[in-house]
Design a protein around this ligand. Structure first.
Ligand code: THU
Length: 139
């Protein structure tokens, strides 16, 4: 298995992740919020998985782009997430919601700082530890 870690992730990977996140946002099913979120993860297998938010008339059933991408990577055979890029169509970068942070914690012990980009010039970078200190874990 091709293992990904900080040393093997290149600028080209980051560019591909950003492209994938933007493509995913175009696929968002967001008829209630009209907020198109896209995420892309690089998994331990070296594969990139995309995710968009998928809403539901029963609002609480909505899944965020980040969890959609993570679950897709796991379903495709990954067991760890090495990197996550988030795209929102906003002037300033957004950050993953609390639920997505907890799900990231499950698979992202070795996660590189999360990169959040938007329609403005700024790219924000956050370690998972800064977004979710004292996280819950069974271990
Ligand atoms: N959303 C995400 O996809 N990711 C986040 O981190 C925050 C919120 C989605 C959920 C919902 O479809 C819409 O954005 C508005 O909350």
């Amino acid at each position: 298995m091709h293992s990904m870690d900080g040393a093997t992730i290149t600028g080209e990977h980051w560019r591909q992740l950003a492209d994938a996140a933007r493509v995913a946002s175009a696929h968002a099913y967001c008829r209630y919020s009209a907020f198109r979120v896209g995420a892309a993860v690089l998994s331990s297998t070296g594969a990139i998985a995309r995710g968009c938010n998928v809403e539901n008339a029963s609002f609480g059933l909505t899944i965020c782009a980040e969890r959609n991408a993570i679950f897709r990577a796991i379903a495709d055979g990954a067991d760890r997430i090495a990197a996550l890029v988030l795209y929102t169509p906003t002037p300033a970068p957004a950050t993953p919601c609390g639920a997505c942070r907890q799900v990231l914690a499950e698979f992202g012990n070795d996660l590189l700082p999360i990169r959040c980009f938007c329609d403005g010039p700024d790219v924000a970078m956050f370690t998972l530890g800064s977004l979710l200190p004292h996280r819950f874990a069974l271990e």
